[in-house]
Design a protein around this ligand. Structure first.
Ligand code: AMP
Ligand code: MG
Length: 349
């Protein structure tokens, strides 16, 4: 299949081509598009055939459910059996934005979209291009991240094209993505709301609206034997091709350890890379040293992490060391993704 590429940005989110792109989705086709979190791979959420195509295009296991994206908050009622008070409060506080809510699904939502579950994940994105595409395509777009399964989610269009060229009907290049990590997922189907995946909307932000919120224990403890409630959390994710380890400790010891490890790896002629910060980058001696930005600015770290993992792939880096980050606030989401990318390989020095 030939993949058409359109350049549309938020300053003019509804050019004449948007109607064409909406038609592609209405007819059962796939369109990759920008959102404020990462690029999404969209199909008609109410059409089981479209969802099957999404799984096939990504190589995604079909028990890993898709998030349904809407562009009008009332549409939540069409997709669900009931909307608890807590969900209404969260929608009012954080929609449109990077928050996904899990609710009991209505019959309108096919099981192909929810990976066989009776619940549905719903999000109202704030990105204007995403909103216009959703409206143009009938109101309900199922969209996982626009990468091949297992790879880091794309935050620039180049990586969408690299993974999905000839696998989707169209790609909208909307420029760089502001947040860079997937949405926070909160399950509202039980008595107490539960975070299934940390994201840009932090626990503290949720607690400004809710009386209580717990976190899926499997997120906090990798050795926890329970099954994660969000099926996607079971799979290896975000992994670069190189062998990634995280090094934790005081800044001086981390730098010294990584420089020693890098010189060892070089003796076996492997190409080395370091995920550093603006503060530490000058002190490393690897083949490729990339800064995720200032350690003081977690927004910047989040926005550059996936791009940097991809850049190491581009350069065929074989051994990668990353500094560790604080798990406070947005740091919880950053460390969650970094740990998954590293397959939980952590060295404490
Ligand atoms: P992605 O769109 O690739 O960021 O992944 C969406 C993730 O949302 C999936 O991997 C699941 O872990 C989670 N999810 C989607 N629907 C549900 C649901 N009904 N119940 C629990 N988790 C869900
Ligand atoms: Mg994904």
């Amino acid at each position: 299949m030939k993949t058409l590429v359109y350049r549309i940005d938020e300053t003019n989110p509804n050019p004449p081509e948007m109607a064409e792109l909406g038609e592609i989705i209405k007819k059962g086709g796939l369109v990759a598009f920008p959102t404020e979190t990462v690029y999404g791979l969209g199909g008609d959420a109410l059409n089981p055939e479209s969802s099957k195509k999404i799984y096939a295009a990504k190589g995604r296991p079909s028990d890993n459910p898709l998030i349904v994206h809407i562009a009008a908050w009332e549409d939540i009622f069409l997709l669900t059996k009931e909307v608890p008070e807590a969900a209404k409060k969260l929608a009012q506080a954080f929609w449109p934005g990077p928050l996904t809510m899990i609710l009991k699904k209505s019959d309108r939502v096919p099981k192909e979209t929810t990976g066989g579950l009776d619940t549905v994940a719903i999000r109202f994105p704030s990105h204007k291009v995403a909103q216009e595409l959703i409206k143009a395509s009938g109101g309900f777009i199922a969209a996982p991240s626009a990468n091949l399964s297992g790879k880091p989610s794309p935050t620039i269009a180049k990586y969408v094209l690299e993974d999905l060229d000839e696998r989707v009907d169209a790609i909208i290049d909307g420029g760089d993505i502001p947040i860079g990590l997937e949405s926070t997922i909160v399950d509202l189907t039980a008595e107490e709301p539960m975070i299934l995946r940390p994201g840009f909307i932090t626990r503290e932000m949720l607690l400004s609206v809710l009386d209580q919120v717990k976190t899926d224990p499997t997120i906090l403890d990798a050795s926890c034997r329970e099954r994660p409630k969000a099926p996607g959390m079971r799979y290896r994710h975000y992994a670069p091709k190189g062998d990634l380890s995280i090094v934790e400790g005081s800044p001086e010891e981390v730098i010294a350890y990584i420089n020693r490890a890098v010189s060892n790896a070089r003796e076996t002629e492997r190409k080395t890379g370091v995920i550093a910060t603006a503060e530490s980058a000058p002190y490393y001696s690897a083949d490729l040293v990339k800064s995720v930005g200032s350690r003081e600015n977690s927004g910047e770290v989040a926005a550059s992490l996936y791009r940097i993992l991809r850049e190491f792939d581009d350069e065929n880096v074989e051994v990668i060391y990353s500094e560790s980050f604080s798990s406070e606030g947005l740091g919880e989401a950053i460390m969650n993704r970094l740990l998954k990318a590293a397959g939980h390989k952590v060295v404490r020095v």
